[in-house]
Design a protein around this ligand. Structure first.
Ligand code: ZN
Length: 250
């Protein structure tokens, strides 16, 4: 259910990006929004600026900017969280972590979702490896801001530790000063702060670690888990082929 919803959202997002030729910066929420409906001339979003590294940009910042295509506040937020998390968890990231970005429904669109590209660029958890995902957890995001969980996976796929990142007032104050002509400046200002000023950072509780529902075997394993849960509901004789047309949700 979650996977399907996420795939649908991703397709919508990609469609929006294709239509806009990128993220359109308008300052809403400190960044940009999906465009394409407002009739901008082809190739001419006047305030869209592709990323060009400044001499003062650290390599991690340049990497995030290159991947995402421009430098905005939320891609920097994601990059800083991923970087800080793998350091705290004493890992190189990549296959050894799982990242869950808990995002309120109302913010499941750019510029807020740009946080995902920053997380991927810095932590090595990627959509392709299926170890980063966005989910809506109303109880977790009750402040209305995204919350990021980064967990460390042992070689056997079990979890031994995790870190939680919530947005701190300092970050909110910086984002509130964002405007269309200051997107990059605000992004670089954020990059200049130590992570523990921008975020409330703490270890995950045992209950939170359980809630990540890690899937050590990857995407095929996730499907199998789903089948197994159907099995437990409908019994061992269940198969979609056999009972599919009788399912109440078909
Ligand atoms: Zn962006």
């Amino acid at each position: 259910m979650v996977n399907i919803a996420w795939a649908a959202r991703l397709m919508v997002m990609m469609g929006g990006l294709a239509a806009a030729g990128g993220c359109v910066q308008d300052g809403v929420g400190g960044g940009h929004q999906m465009g394409g409906q407002t009739g901008s001339p082809a190739g001419g979003h006047s305030h869209l600026r592709h990323y060009q590294a400044a001499d003062t940009d650290a390599p991690w910042l340049a990497k995030a900017g290159d991947l995402h295509g421009h430098l905005g506040p939320w891609v920097v937020v994601g990059a800083m969280i991923g970087r800080d998390a793998i350091e705290r968890l004493n890992t190189d990231g990549q296959w050894e972590i799982e990242v869950i970005c808990w995002m309120p429904q109302a913010k499941q669109r750019p510029p807020f979702t740009c946080i995902l590209d920053g997380l991927q660029a810095s932590s090595g958890a990627t959509m392709g490896k299926r170890n980063i995902r966005m989910d809506d957890g109303p109880a977790i995001t009750e402040t209305g801001e995204p919350v990021v969980h980064v967990v460390h996976k042992r070689a056997d796929g079990t979890v031994d530790a995790g870190v939680v990142y919530e947005m701190a007032p300092v970050l909110a104050d910086i984002l509130a000063r964002s405007s269309p002509d200051r997107i990059e400046a605000i992004a670089r200002e954020i990059a200049g702060h130590p992570p523990d000023e921008l975020f409330v950072i703490r270890s995950m509780t045992a209950e939170e670690l359980t809630r990540t529902r890690l899937d050590p075997t990857g995407s095929t394993g996730r499907a199998r888990t789903h089948s197994r849960s159907l099995w437990s509901v409908f019994g061992p004789g269940f198969s979609v082929e056999r009972f599919g047309r009788h399912l109440p949700f078909s």
